[in-house]
Write a new protein. Structure first.
Length: 157
């Protein structure tokens, strides 16, 4: 009888442990939000630093800071998304990947700033600069994300 009771107790404990393991993703999800939030804060600070540096160097006539940030971020996201993909030879868990790609790079690149700056250029009658910003931002970011992807594909072999 004691043996059956211990098996029943062990079975209940095992069931409880399995149930808790099934509920762990909620705790993991909270940590994922934490890491993405932290990464976004770091990426936003990096964006501000880089944009400020570019403004000091080149002035504010054209939104060079945002353009450079978006191109660099596109290069980095193309590289990391490929290099850290689940089918890559590198094993990276989803939280560090989310921290880097969604968090840091999501906070670093900013097409909302691009859109506002382009609108402001157009509203100020600077149509040529507005169109140049659209052309260079889209073209260079697509080239950068392709180069990042290609480079990471080379390293992932």
């Amino acid at each position: 009888m004691v043996l059956c009771a211990s098996h029943a107790l062990f079975g209940a404990a095992l069931y409880t442990s399995a149930t808790l393991l099934c509920e762990v993703p909620q705790a993991n999800e909270a940590m994922t939000y934490f890491w993405i939030g932290l990464g976004s804060a770091l990426g936003g600070m990096a964006r501000y630093w880089c944009s400020s540096l570019v403004i000091r160097l080149f002035g504010e006539t054209f939104p060079w800071g945002t353009l450079i940030v978006n191109v660099a971020g596109s290069l980095a996201i193309g590289f990391l998304a490929t290099w850290l993909s689940p089918d890559s030879r590198f094993l990276v868990f989803s939280e560090p990947r989310s921290f880097l790609i969604i968090g840091i790079l999501g906070g670093y690149t900013t097409f909302s700033s691009f859109s506002l700056q382009t609108l402001n250029l157009a509203r100020d009658g600077e149509w040529l600069l507005a169109l140049a910003n659209i052309f260079f931002s889209v073209t260079l970011c697509l080239i950068a994300v392709f180069l990042g992807h290609t480079t990471a594909s080379h390293f992932s072999r």
